[in-house]
Write a protein that binds this ligand. Structure first.
Ligand SMILES: NC(=O)c1ccc[n+]([C@@H]2O[C@H](COP(=O)([O-])OP(=O)(O)OC[C@H]3O[C@@H](n4cnc5c(N)ncnc54)[C@H](O)[C@@H]3O)[C@@H](O)[C@H]2O)c1
Ligand SMILES: O=C(O)[C@H](O)COP(=O)(O)O
Length: 527
């Protein structure tokens, strides 16, 4: 598989990718060139410079994953990617400290006019009277967006004896209070804060959050720091507020257009401290995000769940710990169930019994649906597109969770209903190994790997021998065999692990044996 890296990403991440894939590094690609070459690639790795537009995504016929070595994904058309089943993942934690520290540096530089004073020194001047600053201690800092970076800034500001207030509608007020931060609405922050710092993503909701109307409400002499995204503040309105003296100064790292347009009004302001999007520019952060994004890309290309995907529901760590060992089993169970089923699938019920039912099992359900669709659809199925593809095919997926579990500590049961009948498979973990323990009500114990030949048959002598003879004549080795029985005698199921694919003519011979009630071959290696 081939990966394109189109922005500067640390060698630490590239080397991880190169161990498994061919990696092309092509920087500063013009948009039309990116569109031209993207069909060759299975994954794309970017930072904030490459614009992954709808047109790029439409041209990307092989693309399975887009990795962002950093946090903000506003340069990627996530919706278009989701519609195409492309996983978009980021590296949200690697640059948190770097961006937090840059914010503090910008705030202090702004409060003490450091860049402006430095510039006069370089010009051979000694202008002590010109650069009167303000202290941070005792001032109110308003934080817009109390996520990873916002919280880091809050903690550091409190160490400098600032009062911290914050706006974040998605943060629990008790959580904020425990940190010593009072949550407020934006307007209240505008009227109270001496310093305002932004740590919000750029989304349709946050675009132009600080505009002319907002600047009309701010405390006169407020200082504003933006190390989040250009576009969250309207630059023209900000420049006007600074020129009018309503805003005493600004420190800005991110711009509506990057690289910055030479006409940008912020460039002309004396009371502006500006850096060219350097928030994540530390050696440590770049290694961190590159390594994290490399692991995310590898997981995505292997078809495993991606913990940092932004177009999949995130899985909290305590849930992940419980469900992670079951991902592969769930996927294989889906694969087995779809092989058993004849006809059009109407619904899939997945029941979780035991301890596992006590956590959110949505991602396991997605794994199972992925395994179920993989053998029947041409396109590549992943954790992003599986639920949508099932829905588009009219398959109703239902989860049932119950703490009760009769014979096993944990059991996953899938029932597939088609227009021709119903089939079921149940599985559990023995230690770390996934085992299938029920097939259509027959008690079995098989590992879900390799090739599995299933032969429901009449409970009469000689059945296994006849199948074994046909396989032997076809030179197909049997690695393991068992017969599943139900309480009610009459029919059994033979389950054979075979060491190679069974050719169709051989399967037809097996199906034709008198007493065999339809044989199936499941290839767990596929997909
Ligand atoms: N300058 C840089 O180099 C640099 C580096 C890293 C991150 N960033 C930017 O900083 C932003 C924040 O990063 P983070 O790691 O703290 O992310 P985060 O996801 O941890 O925090 C973002 C916070 O914003 C809040 N939020 C989201 N939508 C909101 C809305 N409509 N109104 C109010 N609050 C909203 C969320 O609840 C969350 O708490 C990123 O989105 C990125 O754009 C910039
Ligand atoms: O969102 C981010 O992670 C930062 O803005 C960093 O962007 P960069 O990777 O382009 O430096």
């Amino acid at each position: 598989m081939k990966i394109l890296v189109s922005d500067p990403v640390s060698a630490a991440g590239i080397e991880i990718l190169q161990k498994e894939f061919t990696v092309d590094i092509k920087l500063k690609l013009p948009p039309e060139e990116l569109i031209r070459i993207i069909p060759e690639y299975d994954a794309l790795v970017v930072r904030s410079e490459t614009k992954v537009t709808k047109a790029v995504i439409e041209a990307a016929n092989k693309l399975k994953a887009i990795g962002r070595a950093g946090v903000g994904v506003d340069n990627i058309d996530v919706e278009a990617a989701t519609q195409k089943g492309i996983i978009v993942l980021n590296a949200p934690e690697g640059n948190t400290i770097a961006a937090t520290e840059h914010t503090m540096a910008m705030m202090l530089a702004l409060a003490r006019n450091i860049p402006q004073a430095h510039q006069t020194m370089k010009e051979g001047k000694w202008e002590r009277g010109k650069f009167m600053g303000v202290e941070m201690r005792g001032k109110t800092l308003g934080i817009l967006g109390l996520g990873r970076i916002g919280t880091g800034v809050a903690k550091r500001a409190m160490a400098m004896e600032m009062e911290v207030i914050a706006y974040d509608p998605f943060i629990n007020a008790d959580h904020a209070r425990n940190l010593g931060i009072e949550l407020m609405e934006v307007d209240e922050i505008l009227t109270k804060a001496d310093f305002i710092t932004l740590h919000l993503p750029l989304t349709p909701e946050t675009k132009n959050l600080l505009n002319k109307e907002a600047f009309a409400k701010v405390k006169s002499g407020v200082r504003i720091i933006n190390c989040a995204r250009g576009g969250v503040i309207n630059e023209a309105d900000l420049a006007e507020a600074v020129e009018q003296g309503k805003v005493a100064g600004i420190a800005v790292d991110v711009f509506e257009k990057e690289p910055i347009n030479p006409e940008n009004p912020l460039l002309k302001l004396e009371k502006a401290v500006l850096t060219p999007h350097l928030g994540a520019s530390t050696a440590e952060a770049q290694v961190g995000v590159a390594v994290d994004v490399a692991h995310g890309i590898i997981a995505a290309l292997r078809g495993e769940p991606v913990m940092t995907a932004v177009n999949m529901a995130p899985i909290p760590a305590h849930v992940l710990k419980v469900v992670r060992p079951y991902f592969e089993l769930a996927e294989k169970m889906g694969c087995l169930a779809v092989h058993l089923a004849d006809g059009r699938i109407n619904s899939v019920d997945i029941e979780y019994n035991g301890e596992i039912s006590q956590v959110d099992t949505k991602m396991l359900t997605t794994a199972l649906v992925k395994g179920l669709l993989n053998p029947i659809l041409q396109e590549s199925i992943n954790y992003v597109n599986a639920p949508g593809l099932a829905k588009a095919r009219g398959i109703k997926v239902k989860e049932i969770r119950s703490k009760e579990s009769a014979d096993f500590a944990n059991l996953i049961t899938v029932r597939v209903r088609t227009d021709k009948g119903e089939h079921m498979v149940a599985g559990t973990l023995f230690g770390q190994e996934g085992r299938i323990v029920l097939i259509d009500g027959y008690r079995v114990d098989v590992a879900a790997r390799g090739w599995l030949l299933l032969g429901p048959h009449l409970d009469q002598p000689g059945m296994v021998g006849k199948v074994g003879t046909i396989l032997g004549e076809a030179n197909v080795n049997i690695a393991g065999m068992q017969v599943g029985r139900t309480e009610t005698a009459g029919t059994n199921i033979m389950v054979m692990s075979v060491e190679a694919d069974v050719p169709t003519p051989v399967m037809l011979k097996i199906k034709a044996i008198d007493g065999i009630l339809g044989a199936k071959l499941v290839n767990f290696n596929a997909g």
